[in-house]
Design a protein around this ligand. Sequence first.
Ligand code: K7E
Ligand code: CUA
Ligand code: CA
Length: 637
Amino acid sequence: MDSKENGVDNGAEQSGRRGFLSKSAALGLAGVTLGLVACKEEAAKGGEAAPQKAGASKEIAPGQLDEYYAFISAGHGGEARVLGLPSGRTLKRIPVFNTDCMVGWGVTNESKAIMGTKADGSLKYTTGDTHHVHGSYKDGTYDGRWLFVNDKIHSRLARIRMDTMECDKIVELPNVMGFHGLFTDKCDPVDTKINYTTRVFCGGEFHIPLPNDGRDLDDPTKWGTLFSCVNAETMELKWQCRIDGNNDLVATSYDGKLAASNQYNTENAADLNGMMAAERDACVFFNIERIEALVKAGKFTTIGGSKVPVVDGRKAANSDPKTAVTCYVPVGKNPHGVNASPDGKYFVCSGKLSPTATVIELKRVLAWFNGELKEPRDAVVAEPEIGLGPLHTAFDGKGNAYTSLFLDSQCVKWNVDAAIAQFKGDKTAKVIIEKMDVHYQPGHNYSSMGETKEADGKYLNSGNKFSKDRFLPVGPLHPETEQLIDISGSKMHLVADHTAYSEPHDGIIVRRDVVKTRQIYNMDDFPNAVKPENAGIERHGNKVHVRLMSQAPAYSMPIIKVKKGDEVTLTLTNHDKVEDLTHGCALPTYNINFIVNPQETKSVTFKADHAGAFWLYCTHFCHALHLEMRSRFLVEA
Ligand code: K7E
Ligand code: CUA
Ligand code: CA
């Protein structure tokens, strides 16, 4: 077996690849690297020295189940994905903002109603760009109820039920463009009995005219960005807060009092050079209790046709800390990423164009809001130099942070307490514990249960933006890599490379016992369920309702007859009760294909605009007589 075959890189080959990579990165990012401050940290290249076992101890043998679920975004594929970890097996792809003909997402009436339609019934959008997936919380950890995921393109928030792992609601944010960062709250800021998620915070990244109706096109200085709060239960907008600068990622505190977003464009600039002008940018904190008090007191405006209350969080309106709703804490240049430590004490903001991570103590931010801290910057308790191009930070629950270094193609493990001691002047503090090479150019990383109080320090996933030659080539576009790193011991070690089809951003790793899925649906949850008493064909003028049932290996009607020109609604209820006994329903030349799971009902509406005989058939293998499961759909001329 050569070195490549057993998945272990030899050093020479690896350094060759890395050399090529760093050269291409420097070229591609010429403008950006100019802005980089040299990193003084001369940490050893821990990764090459670290033992890279082939992962035998982590192998999930056939028939064995994984320890964790990973719920990840699929970037501009528009869906969410479910993996088993540590195996990296893809368990499910959940269509959200994309269309998917396997399940019929974007095909059925039910999915179209969730996705949103135009007046003619066609889909309003068929594209999406998911970046962030976060779960709902109870008592500081996942409650297994919901996942939330953003669409950056059309500024939509979607909710996924974790029991069925299907999207059940989507809302479009008004007066926002480039909805990027997203995080659920973990507690109510006032009522501590509400120790579970009731809000979802959404950061708007791009400045736009407010409202965006053709005004101010030539004057970007008048444009603005909003931070939005959505009711997690109803998925309706609660309020928005207008800010100076922009929002990027979002984090929330465990006590529910604070949410924050890192800002790389405090300059309010409209071009690249302008956005890199300032030496420092900021992390903007939102005082949730005060914002909601203003809304309650009617101290808000609205924008354009939107009725959503908009509170003013700009600096000019918030100079007095005791009444301010926002606090802008200066951090390193053009930061990317803000993450909450599992002990509830700190947010960490990475520098991106500064080789630093900024540690902000939440207690001090609250002190600033009480008028007890002189400057917002005084909330910073550490700012270690950790490497080039720091982006996102994960935690192990043992006091260590793991930050992805995009330009260095590394993951750096550092100690938060040591960083704080160093910031206070302790020159002996050993902040950097280990640097490990990842392949290559990591974006997000995330650890097992790392965004909860139950962070267990077992696994870290590094979502790498380039795989280069880690995998067989598949044409000009390569798959990306998800690298699973065992962080349970004193040294990190690489457990596995998983491919990720373009392109991975954020995700969460959830203990499997948290997730409780349904075995079958409940027929009564579908008001349009077809039962023996209403099955058949009903006609009102040229509107025809075909009510069909499935039970392996047959549909309830062998012949379905309609007339050319009819508007046909076909509703199908699956009467099979056995777990996983799903049927499909495809209608050739009519562009219809969807599935119905056990006890589930779906419907489609279409115009029977061409005559002929069409075999309506089952697409999902269900029975020995699956191929025979078909009915004649006859359209009379
Ligand atoms: Cu990919 Cu979270 Cu959109 Cu960073 S963001 S990588
Ligand atoms: Cu029913 Cu295949
Ligand atoms: Ca900037």
